[in-house]
Design a protein around this ligand. Sequence first.
Ligand code: CO
Length: 500
Amino acid sequence: MSDTWERFRRQAEDLENLGSAIKLANWDQEVMMPAKGGTGRARALATLQAIAHEKLTDPALGEVLDELASESSLDRAQAASIRIMKKEYIRATKVPQSLVRELAELEAKAFQAWAKARPADDFSILEPYLTKMLALKKEQADAIGWDGERYDALLDEFEPEMKAGEVETMFKDLEVALRPVVGQILDAAGAPPEFVFRTFDASKQKSFSDWLVRELHFDTDGGRLDTSPHPFTMPIGSGDVRQTTKLIENELMMSIYATIHETGHALYEQHLPEELAGLPAGQVPSLGMHESQSRLWENQVGRSRAFCRHLFPKLREIFPSETADLNEETFYRGANHPRRSLIRVTADELTYNLHVALRFELELAMFRDELDVADLPTAWNEAMERWVGVQPPTDADGVMQDMHWSMGALGYFPTYTLGTIYAAAFYEKATSELGSLDAELSEGNVSRLLEWLDTNVYSQAYLYPAKELGEKVLGQPLSAAPLINYLKDKYGELYGVAFD
Ligand code: CO
């Protein structure tokens, strides 16, 4: 058996190392590459991806996986690695090559169509591509196979083991609890304070972010913080975790909270157990679980009154004149001001999940053959009115605002809110075990929280599917209740609104 395991380990490591090169090329494309480098880079990436696909679908890998599947002497990390790779192998080999090619070509074309249709505010440019995308994605789901419903096969790529029906139940609970509450809070909150739109020099904002990542224990010998148009975190390989933030001169909160969000992702990657590096079991188990960490650090920690008390003096030091008329409390209120936003990516903590829930609702309706792509703009506007209480004046700022669908990322959206639900549940559990963290957070001390997350989440890597890991951490199945209670308590106190 040790021979077979060693063979598997080498195959898994080859895939991991190729993935490393692909991620580095992608990071460079977003952060450093000169404008003219696009075509050459696309070709280099296509070659690397073709090699990776060949290795993943190699029948020799299938044989090794079959041999090891009946092996009883595997330890937990080995057994988990086999289970994870087997699933990837099946997903990669069950879909016919012709469909894989067709999808790749369509994704490139649909993305170009989106890039043209959005500025022109013309959904008819995008519509035929989305119609085709939906048809091919249904074919892909059928090729992979599903038990409950088609959508499960797509969700499974991003959130293994989670079912559409379970997500639907949790989102329904959120909707029922939050919809009446959100309206009251938004009315009470009124217009945002003027200082959040003040000009703050971008290079000084970067200095603030450089200080911030160190305060949160991001290891700068094992990672970097750069800037990019869309903030993201990319684990290149062992000891190299890249994160980016976004600097806009008159949107101070953007860089602060993008930095904290991405640091949450980066801390997870930096704390994965070294002994599992290169093995499938050594990764983060799902997008939702990854997002649980970015959201927990961004919201439960970063937007807390306690942590704002720690942030403000440093902000005052870097921006003395811009913050002369502010104090810790005004900063805290500015960092949490909710509003009826049209756009998901700039939505606040309170309304963000409503934006996600409406996307999930529409995706599900399309996969259940209850909604045609042609009717998507109308359905979108109707859902926005119902969920967030605003009607987008254009499709550009409505149904076409996200690139996900044109890139074929269907089944992806719900992981954002799953992460937010996990974050609230984990934080509630952590503080029930550790007691209130407010005193230490107000001094910028995050050690006890980090240690708790390390023990309960980071050190577990992908030894269990995310859903099982979540249940182990929480001692019960995930529910939306902790998030609902957290939002009601926080915003009720902020704006003096009482809920039953
Ligand atoms: Co994120």
